[in-house]
Design a protein around this ligand. Structure first.
Ligand SMILES: [Zn+2]
Length: 242
């Protein structure tokens, strides 16, 4: 290790770079997650549109059916009325009259049902319009989001590459006999493989560090937290004993 740079300086620098890299990676990975969520929202709106259209179609078919039914029944009333003139007996005449009255009553009920069905169709048309508008708005939002993510990725990626290159350079400052162990702890714990001393504790796991360990730290010696295995270093505001 060079005289100019203490072990604390080096570990502090490495830790800062690891944290920067993780932060940048975090921000990068947020993009695909946001896009996925946006796609799901658009798909939900599309489904709402399909469902609304299907419901409307069914309601229209049902209303058409009832209207056709009404027409047929009205025709029957007319036919029965025509038969009144040719009734061969009073009894037949009365029976025809009764049938006409019953049909007319049934037709009134059917007419009411048709009115209700038409009102329901109006409501469904309105709902269909609303879900269509929602879909358009969602799609617009998604286009904007996608663009945002692309812009952010374009900004962060070179930053990440720069910090990663810097890390590779700074790692070369580690004494060769420590590099393998350093790689192992970073692989196992990521940025938590390095921890500043927080008072008299490990800044990673808050385990108290013994006076002897603290002493080693002040002497610029390599110190590993007995509890979490992190490499401990002194923060910038704490001076080494030289
Ligand atoms: Zn620890």
């Amino acid at each position: 290790m060079s005289e100019a740079k203490s072990a604390a300086d080096l570990l502090r620098h490495l830790h800062r770079l690891h944290r920067q890299i993780n932060d940048l990676k975090d921000r990068l990975s947020r993009g695909p997650r946001q896009i996925k969520a946006g796609e799901a929202a658009v798909a939900a709106c599309e489904k709402a549109c399909t469902d609304a259209a299907e419901k409307l179609k069914k309601a229209r078919l049902a209303a058409d059916d009832k209207q056709l039914q009404l027409k047929t029944r009205e025709q029957r009333v007319e036919d029965t009325q025509a038969k009144l003139n040719t009734a061969s007996s009073n009894r037949e005449f009365d029976a025809l009259k009764e049938q006409i009255a019953a049909d007319k009553q049934a037709n009134e009920v059917l007419s009411d049902e048709i009115l209700e069905a038409l009102e329901h169709i109006d409501e469904l048309v309105e709902k269909t319009e609303i879900v269509k508008e929602n879909l358009v708005a969602r799609e617009k939002e998604h286009v904007a989001l996608t663009q945002q993510v692309e812009e952010r990725t374009a900004l962060i990626t070179p930053d990440l590459e720069r910090v990663q290159a810097e890390l590779t350079e700074v790692e070369k400052e580690l004494p060769p006999d420590m590099r393998q162990e350093y790689q192992r702890i970073i692989k196992a714990k990521g940025e938590d493989g390095l921890a500043p001393a927080d008072g008299e504790s490990c800044g990673g796991c808050y385990q108290t560090l013994s006076p002897q360990i603290m002493n080693e730290l002040y002497l610029n010696n390599h110190v590993v937290c007995a509890a979490c295995g992190a490499w401990i270093y002194l923060p910038e505001d704490r001076k080494l004993n030289r």
